[in-house]
Design a protein around this ligand. Sequence first.
Ligand code: UT7
Length: 329
Amino acid sequence: MTQQTRKLRSVVKGVGSALPRRCVTNRELESQVDTSDAWIVQRTGITQRYIAGEGETTASLGTEAARMAMARAGCGPEDIDLIICATSTPDLTFPSVATMIQAELGVRGGVAFDLQAVCAGFVFAVATADKFLISGSHKRALVIGAETFSRILDWKDRTTCVLFGDGAGALVLEAQEGEGTNADRGVLAARLRSDGRYKSKLYVDGGPSTTGTAGCVRMEGKEVFRFAVGHVTDVMVDSFADTGLTVEDLNWFVPHQANQRIIDASAQKLGIAPQKVVKTVQLHGNTSAASIPLALNVACEDGRIKPGDLVMIEAIGGGFTWGAALIRW
Ligand code: UT7
């Protein structure tokens, strides 16, 4: 390999996650809304979710996840120069959750900001951090997905309140020089898309500039489902095309964890074998931007994802926004 083809890559150095203390089962929800464990399991695969309690916020969960990722990466606050927090449920309208996490961690340099792409937020944050790192402007990034969706749910609306949960996950990404080939560790491709015409399919009915309140999640579930299965595979196909890699090369598919049926249908559409699919929706529910890093943490802790593995992450969220990234772990 010649010197000219060497290339900076954003390499995963550590992963971490955090969940609220309280676990809420489907059975517990049966006493609150007109639903059943059988309906939730059959339609979504979800059996439980974690709900933030007193003192637990998006920033506190994000901080805990970031600490774990940093410890595993073997780095301290002085080593981090970029923090991106993907969230749609910030503690305050401003300042950003990322700056709150920065302060808690004792990170004194660099830049910290939030990124809002709802459930696709973590993929957008990885792709954004990658641009910073491969440009050479920053060296080590904390990429966090953190949410407390329980606080923007209408707990009387059974079509949404049973689906979501709270949590956070984080990655430390470090700029490292690679050979410029698909064998390099790091982010090999990332594709993002959005189409604002779909606003009414999945949105929150409040905000600082309209109602002056936080609002509640509203969703036309069937429409989102159709779009997720029908369209979202384009970013995965494009990511493979960018690299010349194929589904056969993939070790793990770690999609946004919204619904088991969406995950299965997407994997089947792309020809990804079921044993390569990481599913945690049954444990966490839909934690929006936190769902992928929570799933990555589970699959790293249980030994499935190992250094050198090829991992595809993919998500769709309100907007619509959607994206995918191929990462050599
Ligand atoms: O993370 C962002 C992306 N979000 C998603 O990916 C969510 C995508 N959508 C979905 O996952 C699914 O559409 C849902 C899980 C939300 C709903 O599943 P579905 O198979 O599309 O059900 P449906 O909305 O067509 O509802 C079927 C029935 C309805 O009753 P009728 O009209 O057939 O009598 C609903 O009223 O199920 C009823 N229903 C419920 N029943 C018990 C809706 N919610 C519930 C509930 N418990 N919680």
